[in-house]
Design a protein around this ligand. Structure first.
Ligand SMILES: Cc1cc2nc3c(=O)[nH]c(=O)nc-3n(C[C@H](O)[C@H](O)[C@H](O)COP(=O)(O)O)c2cc1C
Length: 203
């Protein structure tokens, strides 16, 4: 069974390298990861006053993420941190309080940059938010993709053959296994609880 993955790209740039990395992940694992890119560029800035009457863009975003089995963040680093547009999307999805669409969803984080440290700062700021969002984040492989440029991709916008593509293939396999493990263990736990409740009722 293919797991539905919501990909949230932290760049609005047309030629974004992070979007191309995300596209590559989709095309490399479309046998068991059913990926959709969730657009965030049209989301009005989060304002708690609007929670009682949310803008339709917020509702659309929340429904799309809510329907996914897992979330993949693919983002650049801006000034050693999370781009504002991505932080806004995280805030929008996390509210109203108690109704976060991110809650319990398995996640993975990829950051790509032409620079040498591969968006490490942004990657870990997303991880920090994921703690409060209660998202089990895949720990390894870590993906701070450095020295990524337009040259890393072919004309269709997917990664060219080479070590970076190999890393991304490995990451996509690991993410599938991570999502599967989380969902399968929850299913087994629910079965165990139901079994225990039945046994108690018949005792
Ligand atoms: C406002 C701004 C801040 C940036 N800050 C960083 C940074 O802290 N670290 C880094 O590696 N690259 C930084 N960059 C360069 C981006 O990594 C580069 O523009 C990258 O291509 C953006 O990702 P994208 O191609 O997915 O849009 C910054 C770019 C912009 C526009």
């Amino acid at each position: 069974m293919a797991y539905k993955i919501a990909i949230i790209v932290g760049s609005l740039r047309e030629g974004s390298i992070n979007r191309k990395v995300a596209r590559s992940i989709c095309s490399l694992r479309n046998d068991n990861l059913d990926c959709s890119m969730i657009e965030i560029g049209d989301l009005p800035l989060y304002n708690q006053d609007l929670d009682s009457n949310p803008p339709p863009q917020w509702t659309r975003f929340r429904e799309q993420v809510g329907a996914a089995d897992g979330v993949l963040f693919c983002s650049p680093e801006y000034n050693r941190g999370i781009p504002g547009v991505l932080k806004n999307a995280i805030d929008v999805g996390s509210r109203p309080y108690g109704q976060s669409v991110f809650d319990k969803k398995p996640a993975a984080i990829v950051t790509a940059s032409p620079g040498s440290i591969g968006g490490f700062g942004a990657n870990h700021q997303i991880r920090q938010a994921a703690v409060f969002l209660n998202m089990p984040v895949m720990q390894a492989p870590e993906a701070y993709l450095g020295h990524v440029t337009d040259d890393s991709f072919d004309d269709s916008g997917c990664l060219k053959d080479g070590p970076l593509k190999e890393l991304i293939i490995g990451l996509a396999h690991a993410f599938h296994d991570w999502v599967h493990m989380i969902h399968e263990s929850r299913r087994l736990l629910a079965e165990d609880s139901a079994h225990a409740a039945r046994a108690k009722a018949h005792a």
